[in-house]
Design a protein around this ligand. Structure first.
Ligand SMILES: *Cc1c(COP(=O)(O)O)cnc(C)c1O
Length: 450
């Protein structure tokens, strides 16, 4: 037992962390409600079977995806991203913060995901396809799961889907993923956007035939507007970033794909070779789904940490207070403003926060200045541009190895003698679709504010 846990109860630690969160100080939080995964198995609300079902569905649609999106051809219609080592960046991080850690640091390149260039492609595209498949079966346009899903590219299918509308509320990226795929299926698409949404995202969607409705409000309210609009139309389907189990399932499928990639790179994950994964967190769906999927494969040999801006610590607040979605950052006197626009979600997802409460390992917050430095460093030393939200995971090793709470995490989980065999993965969640002139602006702004 560590000295800290003798002198301080978990309740005292949580109170101290809530104080720091309120003061917008960066924190590292270890989940004190974590339950060993082997004890959770069998009583999980989302089963392995459902994850397998989602994986199979994406495989069925692969011939269609390959036919309509050229950039998925090399992957045979699978929407997947590469993973690569970022050794130069790792050295820079160590130098900047005067620490060092052994083991490899990898970047999961969801910034390069086909079709949408963000992690949202995993969840949103899955949900759109699942909805389209259900409608096609209802109309008997498909004979069975072994039918040729290439048919979705035909005019007959497209004409059928024209009667239906897909509605989504978003800060931007969910709109791109669901909007572009919905439009390809033939759906009408209506995207409700919050004030953070960038102009180029609106322009891009409109150029794809998507109806964009602009709101001068935050994410939660844009989602509410979208939900109301969809409720009044029986032919409308609402992709609900805050409540959708389908989005969540789409994200879980990343896990088995990652497992394959790590095997290909001969990276071992087992009790002596822990895998540390750092995931940017907004509403919680993408980091939650990926964590859920990874835990099903690796159990507690994988440690997943959620990264949030100091000004938008919504998931941490929800979990520490156990109020989940019943508490927003505003209730805590925090303004919810950040350069990491994809993470500007003041209230976490109820469904994800509840699903996560026992599985969640830990999380941390980072400042805008830290994010800015990560963005320019990654560009300078690896020539990789990621959007601001996607930098959050890059701070993970620094938070884990240099903060007292991070070091205590290692002690509590018997990881101290395993640090030499750890693999660290920062999940880059978006960036490649940002237009070149916008990338330059992001870079310059980041350089000026660190
Ligand atoms: C949406 C998003 C996230 C976070 O995903 P959530 O499901 O909202 O937690 C992270 N990075 C980028 C670029 C995103 O668009």
């Amino acid at each position: 037992m560590s000295i800290e846990s003798i002198s301080e109860t978990r309740e005292q630690i949580n109170q101290k962390i809530l104080g720091d969160i309120r003061n917008r100080k960066p924190v590292f939080w270890e989940n004190d409600s974590h339950i060993p995964f082997k004890n959770l198995k069998g009583q999980l609300d989302v089963s392995v079977l459902e994850i397998k079902d989602a994986e199979a569905r994406l495989k069925r649609f692969a011939p269609f995806i390959k036919a309509v999106f050229e950039d998925t051809e090399a992957l045979d219609g699978l929407i997947e991203s590469p993973i690569s080592e970022i050794g130069q960046f790792k050295s820079t991080l160590e130098n900047n913060y005067d620490f060092s850690f052994p083991g490899k640091m990898l970047l999961k390149r969801d910034d390069l995901l086909p079709i949408a260039g963000t992690i949202k492609a995993r969840g949103a595209i899955y949900e759109v396809l699942r909805h389209a498949e259900a409608l096609a079966f209802e109309e008997k346009l498909l004979s069975g799961y072994d039918d040729d899903y290439g048919k979705f590219a035909t005019k007959a299918f497209q004409d059928f889907f024209k009667q239906y509308t897909v509605v989504v509320g978003t800060t931007g990226n969910l709109g791109i993923s669901s909007g572009v795929m919905s439009a390809k299926i033939g759906f009408n698409v209506q995207v409700h956007m919050s004030h953070e949404a960038k102009q180029w995202k609106k322009d891009y969607l409109r150029s794809h035939g998507v109806q964009v409705i602009e709101h001068k409000t935050n994410f939660t309210e844009a989602v509410d507007q979208g939900r109301q609009s969809a409720l009044s139309d029986p032919y409308a389907y609402f992709i609900d970033d805050e409540h959708s189990i389908q989005l969540f399932l789409g994200y879980t499928t990343a896990a088995s794909r990652l497992e394959r990639q790590l095997k290909e790179q001969q990276i071992i994950v087992d009790e002596d070779h822990p895998l540390m994964v750092y995931l940017p967190c907004g509403v919680g769906g993408s980091p939650g789904g990926i964590t859920y999927g990874l835990k099903q494969i690796y159990g507690d040999n994988v440690h997943c940490f959620f990264a949030q801006p100091t000004h938008v610590p919504s998931m941490l607040l929800g979990l520490i207070t156990k109020k989940f979605a019943d508490i927003s950052v505003y209730d805590f006197g925090i303004d919810g403003l950040t350069v990491m626009d994809g993470l500007a979600v003041p209230r976490t997802s109820q469904i994800v926060a509840k699903l996560m409460s026992g599985i969640f390992d830990g999380g941390y917050t980072l400042t805008d200045e830290e994010s800015n430095r990560l963005l320019t460093d990654l560009k300078d030393v690896e020539d990789i541009f990621v959007e601001p939200a996607a930098t959050a995971g890059l701070m993970g090793p620094q938070k884990l190895f240099t903060t007292t709470a991070g070091k205590n995490y290692l002690i509590h989980n018997n990881l101290m003698d395993k640090v030499d065999h750890m693999t660290h993965i920062a999940w880059a969640t978006g960036g490649s679709m940002v237009p070149a002139d916008e990338q330059k602006l992001f870079y310059e702004k980041a350089k000026a504010n660190q």
